[in-house]
Design a protein around this ligand. Structure first.
Ligand code: NAD
Length: 513
């Protein structure tokens, strides 16, 4: 699918096709190939810094128009955009599959989840963000108090390549529903996905470019952060997040960071082992392990450890990477192959056992399933994000030890727990240091509009999705209206001694007892 497109990428469209990962990229052009075949997909002009600034300026005008539409007007536009994406889902999924290499069904699933969030954000923005009264309390009983949530203006969204539609749409949908215009820089590996999303918006014929896409590598993202946006929504690695945050610090631009993870799956002795194994294999190996909240480590209670290994091995060994329905595709980012290989060989050299796959699992960009046991706690396979089709399975003496080990990482994105006991599941979920927990499934939170998505530590801060996601892209504004003069008038230079005496007495009676 080579595209011949000759429009300005700064307006959100590719100039000359789709762009790609291992492409020979000149500074001003991205050249993209399909990771599954090496077939060229097309070329995109890189948006230069001046064009980025101009795009943000256009977005500022668009933001004023968008704000004026109000909750109901925006909801109507977002509904139309949702419809356009849903109707064009197969086309969008094809672009996702071609640019990332993932199977088409996985790409379609990604679009479905993205649309669910767009729908939720559009339908719930008014309820969550409209001005509401709050109790003024006894001391300020003469005031009527309310809080409302205003749009921030222009949100710069910087996306990754692993879920190039679902992930950025988690910021874009909620930022738009909250009344902001957005400028989106997709990953340099997946500009076609961004262009397609912008094209769906453009088809609606809105008078202002509320959704714009710019194209390019990290430098283009950096230009976006410096272009005077009112908020940055960044998804990517912790290392890049640190650079983006340092730039944001210069202008005090607020930032939400959706980073990577080293998510653990805990298996209690009373768990449904076949179900836990099924989810562990899918959560760890699905999308070739290139899932921010995918399963990287499995911590299994000792009595069921051996049986769990049998269950996992039988499932992982069955997966096929060839034919019409491969379990997962090749690695999207070529250099990720080396990261995975280095972690696996380092772990094996340090004493780990590969019960599935191993050093021979690597064929070009494809990595067959790898399941490691006895991985030393300090090796990078146990501590660093692997982002490959690997599972590290560890034996633990108790659930307390499982929680301790799960929490012993700089990341804290998601986690899963398998247990037949509801109270145990809830207790472990409470004790895990992370942003999201699925009990008896994996990634159960990803498709639920009402739930916030985000992590702690190196996994980031701030939240997308849900009411918290809508507020993330809003500025709260507090308003009071004096309904009658205060019985105790303290906000005057003409304070009465009597008012101070009563105030002193009230302070002691209300808070000093
Ligand atoms: P990355 O950090 O390499 O790049 C992310 C984005 O930042 C890209 O668009 C890139 O061009 C841009 N960028 C690079 N340098 C920049 C700079 N100095 N200023 C501004 N932008 C810059 O990450 P990636 O390889 O694209 O994505 C994989 C990572 O993303 C993994 O760690 C994964 O776990 C994480 N991720 C997290 C989530 C989540 O929601 N928490 C979702 C998907 C992926």
């Amino acid at each position: 699918m080579t595209r011949e497109i000759t429009t300005d990428p700064a307006a959100g469209e590719p100039i000359d096709g789709a762009a790609g990962p291992d492409a020979t990229s000149a500074p001003d052009v991205l050249v993209i190939t399909d990771p599954r075949t090496g077939r060229p997909l097309g070329r995109y002009a890189v948006t230069d810094a001046d064009a980025v600034t101009a795009t943000v300026e256009r977005a500022r005008t668009a933001a004023a128009w968008w704000r004026a539409q109000g909750f109901d007007g925006r909801r109507a536009w977002l509904k139309r955009w949702k419809r356009a994406i849903a109707r064009g889902a197969d086309d969008l999924a094809e672009v996702i599959a071609a640019e990332t290499g993932k199977p088409i069904d996985d790409a379609l699933l990604e679009v479905m989840l993205a649309v669910e969030h767009l729908d939720w954000a559009g339908r719930n923005a008014r309820r969550v963000l409209r001005r509401r009264s709050v109790s003024p309390g006894i001391v300020s009983a003469n005031q009527a108090a309310s809080v409302g949530y205003e749009p921030m203006g222009v949100v710069g969204v910087i996306g990754p390549w692993n879920y190039p539609a679902y992930t950025p749409m988690g910021s874009i949908s909620y930022a738009l529903a909250a009344g902001n215009a957005i400028v989106f820089k997709p990953s340099e590996l997946t500009p076609g996905v961004g262009a397609r999303l912008a094209a769906f918006w453009a088809e609606l014929g809105a008078p202002e470019p509320v959704v714009q896409v710019i194209v390019g590598p990290g430098a283009t993202g950096d230009a976006l952060v410096r272009a005077g946006v009112d908020k940055v929504a960044f998804t990517g690695s912790a290392a890049t997040a640190r650079r983006v945050m340092a730039t944001c610090a210069q202008s005090l631009t607020p930032l939400v960071v959706e980073g990577g993870g080293k998510d653990a799956l805990i298996v209690a002795a009373d768990a449904d082992l076949p179900a836990a194994a099924d989810f562990a294999v899918f959560g760890g190996l699905g999308n070739a392990g290139q899932t921010c909240a995918g399963v990287e480590r499995v911590l299994v209670e000792s009595p069921v450890y051996e049986q769990f290994l049998v269950e996992v091995r039988s499932r992982a060994e069955k997966l096929t990477l060839t034919g019409p329905a491969p379990a997962y595709g090749p690695m999207t980012l070529p250099r990720q192959v080396d990261i995975v290989r280095d972690q696996v060989t380092e772990a094996i050299a340090a004493g780990a056992t590969a019960i599935v796959g191993g050093a021979d699992a690597f064929t070009g960009r494809r990595i067959a399933p790898i399941v490691l046991t006895d991985v030393p706690a300090e090796s990078s396979a146990a501590t660093e994000e692997t982002f490959g089709p690997t599972l590290v399975i560890e034996r633990v003496a108790s659930l307390d030890e499982a929680v301790r080990r799960a929490n012993a990482t700089s990341y804290g994105l998601g986690a899963s727990v398998f247990t037949a006991d509801r109270a145990t599941g809830t207790r472990i979920a409470d004790e895990l240091r992370c942003g999201m927990v699925s009990i008896n499934s994996v990634l159960g939170f990803a498709g639920i509009g009402a739930l916030p998505f985000g992590g702690v530590g190196d996994s980031g801060f701030g939240r997308i999705h849900g009411a918290d996601g809508l507020r993330e892209f809003s500025r709260p504004k507090a308003v009071t209206r004096q309904r009658f003069p205060a019985p105790l008038n303290l906000l005057t230079f003409d304070r009465k001694r009597r008012d101070m005496t009563i105030s002193r007495w009230m302070l002691r009676m209300r808070h000093g007892r």
